[in-house]
Design a protein around this ligand. Structure first.
Ligand SMILES: *Cc1c(COP(=O)(O)O)cnc(C)c1O
Length: 401
């Protein structure tokens, strides 16, 4: 199908280069009290119609900052998603909390019924993940969170400016959290940001990412809360600012390419397009699809022979199985803390925990779509998927994902 490589993505335009150079020439790249970091935060808050935006050094840092702001007691439980980046999970463990995994629905969002069934008196937060630029059903999840008086935090790392019923993901929960890592819709190489309307949470998050330091000029210091150094630098902020203006068009372009590939899958047998949650205008961090008559590895290998690189199974197994910290309870030395409390002895992270997520990963193939691709590039991907589906011998029994 294809002998030339796909165009490489370059998310940084001349405006990024200009602002980065300007930041360097200013002689200061330190974000606190800086000009670019403040501008980035103000523009990002405006983009989301949020009262506060606080920039951090990574998405993982953003999630840790949000969770820490809730001041959870050690041993508290956090309900989250089985298919995600480790950056969603690591902050939970470092904050002394226990991740509890809700299974996914047919759109790979967190299943609201599963989430509600896992709420206990120890639940301190729900961290919802919006996978691949598609929404988890935060309409229902927010109602469940409110009913049980549990804060809802939204990991929007893969779902920048993504509307659900016309309201952006990140605005349904008490806090929205974003990664600005290189692969994300908007990027500063590494970086992150949190948004909220709650002044108390904003204050705590602002302190936490700055070592807990309540700054008041030179002189004696005051650290009212325990925190980390998760500050964004001026250089990151400068690179990020111009992208705030064009992230909507980045997302629109990805969406249109994805829908173009979808049209080929509609006619193919044995493959199934990924369907976003109804009401969600998905932003396609990547292009996911399901293969029903072959293991994902087999289909992906055949696509590679057609010149289309893909990733079978995304992270492979659910995150509870990928991380030794969970699977083997190998956390801090041999303590297994915070998974060691007697009350958590019944918590397991063995395969079988989230059957729908595990089954979906076996049938999932991911193409790294990006906004720099042409319609012809998308057509090649769609045609190659259809060609492989039409010609590849089915393997094993048909399994519905
Ligand atoms: C990228 C990502 C993270 C972590 O972000 P980093 O910036 O790499 O720390 C967390 N959650 C999800 C869903 C992600 O895709």
């Amino acid at each position: 199908m294809r002998t030339t490589p796909f165009p490489a993505r370059n998310p940084y335009d001349d405006a990024c280069i200009h602002l980065a150079a300007e930041a360097i020439r200013s002689g200061n790249l330190y974000g606190i009290g800086g000009t670019y970091t403040r501008r980035f935060e103000e523009s990002f808050a405006e983009l989301y119609g949020a009262q506060f935006a606080i920039a951090t050094s990574s998405g993982t840092a953003a999630i840790h900052t949000a969770l820490a702001a809730l001041d959870p007691s050690p041993g508290s439980e956090v309900i989250t998603a089985p298919i995600t980046d480790a950056g969603t999970i690591v902050p939970i463990l470092y904050q002394g909390c226990v991740p509890v995994f809700a299974d996914v629905d047919e759109h790979l969002g967190m299943d609201p019924a599963s989430v509600e069934s896992l709420i206990t008196e120890r639940t301190v937060a729900i961290i919802v993940v919006h996978l691949f630029g598609n929404a988890s059903d935060v309409r229902q999840l927010r109602a469940i969170a409110d009913r049980h008086q549990v804060p809802l935090l939204e990991d929007c790392s893969q779902a920048h400016v993504t509307p659900l019923d016309g309201k952006l993901l990140g605005r349904y929960g008490h806090i929205g959290m974003f990664s600005l890592q290189q692969s994300k819709h908007m990027t500063t190489g590494d970086g992150g940001v949190v948004i909220t309307d709650d002044p108390e949470l904003a204050e705590r998050m602002s302190l936490f990412r700055d070592k807990g330091w309540a700054r008041s000029g030179f002189g004696p210091r005051s650290y009212p809360i325990l925190g980390l150094n998760y500050r964004m630098t001026e250089l990151q902020a400068a690179v990020g600012i111009p992208q705030i203006d064009r992230v909507k068009s980045v997302v629109a372009r990805r969406r249109s390419l994805a829908l173009r590939i979808d049209s080929y899958l509609d006619q193919a047998v044995g493959v199934r397009k990924f369907t976003p949650l109804p009401g969600c205008e998905a932003s396609y961090w990547c292009y996911p699809f399901f293969v029903e008559q072959w293991p994902a590895e087999t289909f992906s290998a055949a696509l590679k022979a057609e010149g289309i690189p893909t990733m079978p199974g995304y992270i492979g197994e659910p995150i509870y199985s990928c991380m030794a910290a969970l699977r083997d309870r190998r956390t801090f030395s041999d303590s297994s803390y915070p998974l060691s409390e007697p009350v958590h002895d019944t918590v397991t992270y063995a395969l079988g925990l989230c059957p729908s997520a595990e089954a979906a990963l076996q049938r999932l193939v991911v193409f790294w779509l990006h906004e720099g691709m042409t319609d012809a590039d998308a057509d090649d991907v769609g045609k190659a998927i259809a060609k492989v589906a039409a010609n590849l011998e089915p393997v094993g029994a048909e399994v519905a994902p």
